[in-house]
Design a protein around this ligand. Sequence first.
Ligand SMILES: Cc1cc2nc3c(=O)[nH]c(=O)nc-3n(C[C@H](O)[C@H](O)[C@H](O)COP(=O)(O)OP(=O)(O)OC[C@H]3O[C@@H](n4cnc5c(N)ncnc54)[C@H](O)[C@@H]3O)c2cc1C
Length: 413
Amino acid sequence: MTNAERPKENQFDVVIIGGGMVGASMACALASLPIKIAIIEAYPFRSNNQPSYDARSIALAYGSKIIFETLGLWESLQQNATPIEHIHISNKGQFGVTRLHAKDENLEALGYVIENRLLGNSLLEKLNQYSNIHLICPAKLDDLNIHDDYAELNITQNDQAIRLQSKLVIGADGGNSKVREIIDIPEKTKAYKQTAIISNVSPGKPHDNIAYERFTNQGPIALLPMSDNRCSLVLTVNDENKDEVMAMDDTLFLQYLEERFGFRTGGFKKTSKRHAYPLSLMRIEEHYKPRAVIIGNAAHTLHPIAGQGFNLGLRDVAVLADTLANAIVEQKDVGETSVLENYAKLRSKDQKKVAFITDSLAKIYSNDFFLIAKARSKGLAVTDIMPTIKHRVAKEAMGLAGKLPKLSRGLPL
Ligand SMILES: Cc1cc2nc3c(=O)[nH]c(=O)nc-3n(C[C@H](O)[C@H](O)[C@H](O)COP(=O)(O)OP(=O)(O)OC[C@H]3O[C@@H](n4cnc5c(N)ncnc54)[C@H](O)[C@@H]3O)c2cc1C
């Protein structure tokens, strides 16, 4: 069948593979443009197997809040978001603390914590409001063929093969991206030999909207404030200790956590079920091939040490949406190579910088060597008393550094 003979309902301007946090946000960001969009997602949004909207919680940087606000999603997200008013960064067993406060930045919060499942519900509700977004779910991308004027996608839905055509394919299909594999973008992956164990825990004292980042010689611990005085825990363990920690009963696990974190929160009283995530760094040098581009975890998978992975992916979304909107104004084809090249130029620096920072933090703060431990304590103490450095750290953490795309400045496309 030729392009012209293909049924109109199977022809799109943009097809997004992956309806996880980044892919679904991408569709919402493009919805206001005069284009027809399909989003292909392998798992129903509310299914227990959905890998993006799972038991984790996400620390949304203040910059991400602005993007969601501009997309009209914040009203629904806000009901379930807990503000981070203070960030407390410390080094167990050493002096030196850095404290960041929202009021020092003249903001009501440095960021917000939201449960991934609830974020998924809000995104789904929003996607369903747009008549130019076609959510095809559950369905999987099997293959992709690139032609001069369009890309052809082979999808399986309910054991049926469907063929779609699109001017542009956006791969938002996560760390093991099928799109990245098919279009042959090489990646570099480094395993950290560490696992993140997550659960929701109840501290002995009120959390007072403080997010803690505590560095210990066995890896970092993040504790994020949530509703009902719960905290979302991301506990890093070396791979060889993972099975032992996962097998502990709740009482033993809470004791182990107290030992590693200390008593700043008045101990820990309760924990939810634990889940484990192996950690690695994945980077790419190329962002696109003709008529296909990759974003979010498909383009960069980071250590969760600074809670930056999704925030970085959402900035990919904001910049790609801006780039495609400009292409439409200039009456260009959205899948044209020059358009994708513009996007890649705009995103490389931020992606490289954040990957470098998180990788350096993961290395420096998981190192037990005496001199490195001393130096990082000194670094935290110096940062705490230097307002200019502190302000820069806060700006980076909030995703407000550098040149910002329209959606990050509160401006619709
Ligand atoms: C423990 C932990 C804590 C974290 N905490 C934070 C945090 O606090 N802040 C932060 O910013 N980031 C955090 N992150 C990172 C964040 O989770 C990721 O950056 C984010 O999930 C990336 O979203 P994504 O949509 O790109 O990919 P994913 O979440 O992996 O979603 C990919 C989607 O694509 C679908 N898919 C895959 N293949 C196909 C196919 N062939 N066809 C159709 N669909 C397909 C999948 O079903 C999935 O829904 C954390 C990560 C971990 C592991």
